[in-house]
Design a protein around this ligand. Structure first.
Ligand code: PGA
Length: 247
């Protein structure tokens, strides 16, 4: 199974559903549709209405984050995994670099993953090195640390997906070389196998993915799909990625 996950970040109002409608109608007719899954993570404000709208359609709706407590608590503006599940979210991102940058620690991320899984959300756990770490050749050790500090053998690995997003690549148009990316992805899968003592969960790539560079990414068979920011906000750009992936 391949994944094309669109992360809208701070984008979208109710009528933006038109973008998803177009993606959904392409998806529903695509002869390759059973080979992949499309998940979109709109902002919190749209999760309930979009989940209801796409309930019997193909696109799945997820959240971009969740709070590190399970159900209800007195944390102003916080949204728990239980609350997300109750309005129809099927997935949640955890640990996006935007949120790590705003203070999410490994300890918080571990609780987010745990409580999201407890509430039957599938977790897309994001990891990635920054520019300086890459320059200092610390990429693999940073990724190992990010994975081992948060993921545990007792977590249900069938509901976990890992997204490798080098921070220097997000929204910049810069991407790793095919050689680098293959090596990094193999490393991530090796670490995951060690953590879970079983085969690795799916590993996605994210960072400036678009309809033209997907040709390069699709050659790397170890990559199970993509987390797509900028190019998920336009139906044509998102559909082009899927089209060119299966061409
Ligand atoms: P981008 O964002 O595709 O715009 O680089 C990816 C992400 O942050 O998930």
């Amino acid at each position: 199974m391949r994944y094309f996950i669109g992360n809208w970040k701070m984008f979208g109002v109710p009528k933006s559903v038109n973008i998803l409608n177009k993606i959904n109608s392409y998806y529903s007719r695509d002869k390759n549709r059973n080979k992949y899954r499309v998940v979109i993570t709109p902002p919190y404000t749209l999760i309930e209405s979009y989940s209801r709208y796409f309930k019997n359609k193909r696109i799945l709706i997820g959240s971009q984050n969740c709070y590190q407590k399970e159900q209800f608590s007195s944390n102003t503006a916080a949204i728990s995994p239980y609350m997300l599940k109750s309005v129809g979210a099927k997935y949640t991102l955890v640990g996006h670099s935007d949120n790590r940058g705003e203070g999410d620690t490994d300890l918080m991320l571990k609780d987010k993953v745990r409580y999201a899984l407890n509430n039957n959300l599938k977790v897309v756990f994001c990891i990635g090195e920054n520019k300086i770490e890459k320059k200092n050749k610390k990429t693999l050790s940073v990724l190992t640390r990010q994975l081992t500090k948060v993921l545990e053998k007792k977590f249900n690995r069938n509901n976990i997906i890992v997204a490798y997003e080098p921070i220097w690549s997000i929204g910049t148009g810069k991407i790793p070389t095919a050689h680098e990316l293959k090596k990094t992805t193999i490393h991530i899968k090796k670490v995951l196998k060690r953590i879970f003592k079983k085969t690795s969960p799916a590993v996605l790539y994210g960072g400036s993915v678009d309809g033209s560079n997907i040709e390069m990414f699709k050659e790397i068979k170890e990559i199970d799909g993509f987390l797509i920011g900028g190019a998920s906000k336009t139906s044509k750009k998102f559909i082009d990625i899927i089209k060119n992936y299966y061409r």
